[in-house]
Design a protein around this ligand. Structure first.
Ligand code: HEC
Length: 222
């Protein structure tokens, strides 16, 4: 029904080509995932939380603000690093093993890459969603309400230990539909691989532009 047919015809034969294209478009996507666009621009909770942090740091004069800026910059840096390594890994796996094989690769490499980037950048980082594929991708406690709210806004929160928690929305791109699109439109081998690896998968049924999930980052106070 609806657009499934068209989607299927476009995506099936060309999935790895599309991923080549996505890699080329990595910069544009990275900007999108960084999402300083319409979603966060008019975010009231954004300014609220930032006001909270700023008044916390008020005793330290200008210092508070620059600490916050440093933390935000490091969060963005870590997010870009994780995004690029995930996309690189995904593109290679799609080209070499096809989409079903790429699910195998993603299963082990996605969590491992998050660990690696976190260690390299000195932060904690991960991906999460309201509808999880990997049940281990639960949001950290501070992020749960924001994720549940489905607002899809970027938020930053000062945590009790002085760390900054940053949550950034991830929207679906057309090539992501190969593995996250309407269930009945997925290639049969993708459906099988998902059923094997993720019997409780909640992460299908998306179309391009949908809020798929979030990157979360915890940056310690420098
Ligand atoms: C080859 C199939 C495949 C493609 C294509 C794919 N994903 Fe996924 N996605 C997965 C798998 C497998 C997982 C679970 C991996 C893990 O443990 O993090 C996952 C997990 C995620 C998660 C973490 C939350 C969760 O549900 O566990 C997000 C966010 C996500 N994908 C977004 C995307 C976006 C955005 C794209 C397009 C750029 C994309 N995915 C393309 C297979 C895919």
């Amino acid at each position: 029904m609806r657009m499934n047919y068209g989607m299927r015809l476009r995506i099936r034969p060309a999935s790895s080509l599309l991923f080549g294209a996505i890699l080329t478009a990595g910069v544009a996507m990275s900007a999108m995932v960084g999402c300083s666009g319409k979603d966060s621009a008019d975010s009231p909770s954004n300014s609220e939380t930032e006001a909270g942090s700023a008044s916390d740091g008020a005793g330290e004069e200008g210092d508070g603000a620059s600490v916050l800026e440093q933390q935000k910059a490091l969060a963005a840096d870590a997010r870009t690093a994780l995004f690029q390594s995930l996309l690189g890994e995904l593109t290679t796996a799609m080209q070499e093993d096809g989409p079903a094989g790429a699910i195998d690769v993603c299963k082990t490499s996605a969590p491992a890459l998050a660990q690696k980037v976190g260690t390299e950048k000195g932060v904690r980082i991960g991906r999460t969603s309201l509808q999880l594929r990997n049940a281990a991708n639960q949001p950290p406690d501070w992020a749960r309400d924001f994720v549940d709210s489905r607002k899809g806004e970027e938020v930053s929160v000062e945590l009790e230990n002085g760390a900054l928690g940053v949550l950034t929305p991830i929207r679906l791109m057309p090539p992501c539909e190969v593995c996250h699109g309407a269930k009945e439109s997925l290639m049969p081998e993708v459906q099988t691989a998902l059923a094997d690896h993720y019997p409780n998968d909640e992460a299908t049924g998306y179309v391009a532009g949908d809020l798929r999930g979030y990157f979360w980052v915890e940056v310690p106070r420098p």
